[in-house]
Every structure is written in structure tokens, then in C-alpha cells.
Design a protein around this ligand. Structure first.
Ligand SMILES: C[S@@+](CC[C@H](N)C(=O)[O-])C[C@H]1O[C@@H](n2cnc3c(N)ncnc32)[C@H](O)[C@@H]1O
Length: 271
């Protein structure tokens, strides 16, 4: 993927690339750019909360599209982290090809073992990046720790519908080749874990129908060349996307957006 991407960028050396040019490849989640913008709207704009000069962490950032949008729309300083070194190299390559470079840093790392001090980020965002992670409690504890008090965790994730079981889901999907790589949970389980760790759940939306409508709409359109999803997902991209659609259609998968927040710590409330 990386070499192909380098080639495509080199073939158009005089082009002034902008963020939108890469949306066919760097938005590896349902709903594309509009879904990211919607989540962005869930972050407070209140200057007192310092969010307009804030810094955010994008876990499982993939090729960095979410980070770039957030850095550009609201001047956040973004840190993107992903397990896949190829994706991080691609995220850096795409970032460097845009002028001026969006204020993003991309590093290889595991969301379960975050290399950051406590209370570092104003917010954390996770778009379709929890489905491969079995240890949801450890994940949420780590995210809670790196968030500042009053910080927010924004999630946009695929989960199991309340009556579905992991065995119902057909693979490969865009996040897993088989059930062994996939760790889908129910919203209720995720929410209970988050509450037990200390998060408050401010808002939750079931975006399953919107995601379905988006899939049908994008299927009617030609992918924007040269940066198409199959570049990132490989030759099975179409099968993965068909399975995703049929899993949602069959009522097995739910698309959940939620905003969780970390309360002010007790000793800070007393100041
Ligand atoms: C479906 S992609 C979504 C990428 C990106 N968030 C987006 O919306 O375009 C899921 C990403 O999560 C990453 N990932 C999975 N498990 C991870 C982990 N434990 N730590 C860091 N990244 C992880 C994968 O490498 C992949 O890039």
C-alpha cells in the first residue's frame, strides 16, 4: 500500500493536495467525513474549557483522516496512534503532502498501552477502533487516565445489536478476517464498564440507519480516484464491505456514537 501511495503522490508532483483529496482512503469508518464532522460538533466550543486550543488523541487512527479533519476544523493539536506501522507511515506521508501540514503527529502504538502521561489530552476520539480490542476495561481505564478532568471520550463504533451474538456475524469485515480477530460487544456492556470506571455518559446515538443509508448512497457513486478504499483494505475490500452491509441489514450490528466525560476530580472540585 505504502509504495502505491508514494507512487500516486509522485505522479502528481505539482498538485496542491488538500485534506478532502484523501477522503476515499483515510476515512475507514461508516459515514465518511460527515460522520467525523458530526462527532466534532459534540465537543464543546466554550473557550473556558480551552478546547479550541486543545489537544486530542485519535486511537486506532488508521491513515489519519479523522485527526487531520479535527486539526483543521478547530485548530486542535492531534496525536494519532495505531498498531499498524504501514498505516502510520501512510498517515505521515499524506500529512506531509498537504501544505501547510495539518498539526498532527502519528505514532505506532497500542491503545491498550498508551505511551502518554496522565491528564494529557482534552479529548480522545475513537472511530471504528475498538472492535479489535478484547480488553475493553483495560482500554477504558487507560483512556480515562490520559484524559484531563472534564475531558471527553468520543466514540463512533460498531457494536452488536442487543439480541445478536458474536457468532451471528459474517467475516471478513473491514476490521477483521475472522471471528478470532473481532471483539464486538453490546453498547450496554460498554456503557456499564465506562460507568464503573468513572466516566459519565453524556450522549448516545444509534446511527445504524444513517450508516445503512450512507452505504447505499456511496455504492451508487464511483470511488474518487486515485485514492480508493481498496488501496488501504486490499483486494478483499468489496467482500468486506458486502459482509458489513449484510450484517447490518440482518440486524446483527449496531453503529453507536457516544460522548463520555471524565468528571472533575474531587480535590479539584474543592479548589
Ligand atoms: C477500521 S480502522 C479505523 C481507522 C480510523 N479510525 C478511521 O476511522 O479511518 C481500525 C484501526 O484500528 C487499529 N487498531 C486495532 N487495534 C488496535 C490497538 N490495540 N491499538 C492501536 N490501534 C489499533 C487498526 O490497525 C486500524 O488501523
Amino acid at each position: 500500500m505504502l509504495n502505491k501511495l508514494r507512487q500516486l503522490l509522485k505522479n502528481s508532483p505539482s498538485k496542491n493536495w488538500n485534506i478532502e483529496d484523501f477522503s476515499g482512503i483515510d476515512q475507514l469508518h461508516l459515514g465518511g467525513v460527515p460522520a467525523t464532522l458530526e462527532l466534532l460538533n459534540w465537543l464543546p466550543t466554550n473557550a473556558n474549557e480551552g478546547l479550541d486550543i486543545g489537544c486530542g488523541l485519535d486511537i486506532g487512527c488508521g491513515l489519519g483522516g479523522t485527526s487531520r479533519i479535527l486539526a483543521n476544523m478547530r485548530s486542535f493539536k492531534m496525536m494519532g496512534l495505531d498498531l499498524n506501522p504501514q498505516y502510520i507511515a501512510a498517515a505521515n506521508l499524506l500529512n506531509q503532502s498537504i501544505n501547510p501540514h495539518p498539526k498532527c503527529q502519528f505514532i505506532v502504538g497500542n491503545s491498550l498501552n498508551l505511551p502518554f502521561p496522565q491528564h494529557m489530552f482534552h479529548f480522545v476520539i475513537s472511530q471504528h477502533a475498538c472492535m479489535n480490542i478484547e480488553q475493553k476495561e483495560a482500554l477504558l481505564k487507560g483512556l480515562y487516565s490520559v484524559l484531563k478532568p472534564k475531558g471527553h471520550l468520543l466514540i463512533h463504533e460498531i457494536m452488536l445489536q442487543p439480541n445478536a451474538t458474536p457468532r451471528d456475524v459474517r467475516y471478513p469485515t473491514p476490521w477483521a478476517n475472522s471471528t478470532y480477530e473481532s471483539h464486538l460487544c453490546h453498547w450496554q456492556t460498554f456503557k456499564d464498564l465506562a460507568l464503573s470506571i468513572g466516566f459519565k455518559v453524556d450522549r448516545m446515538e444509534d446511527n445504524t440507519q444513517a450508516a445503512l443509508a450512507w452505504i447505499h448512497k456511496t455504492r451508487g457513486q464511483k470511488p474518487k480516484p486515485p485514492f480508493t478504499p481498496s488501496l488501504a483494505l486490499g483486494p478483499d475490500a468489496a467482500v468486506m464491505s458486502n459482509n458489513l452491509l449484510s450484517n447490518i441489514d440482518a440486524g446483527f450490528l449496531q453503529v453507536v456514537s457516544a460522548r463520555l466525560s471524565k468528571p472533575l476530580l474531587v480535590h479539584e472540585r474543592q479548589r
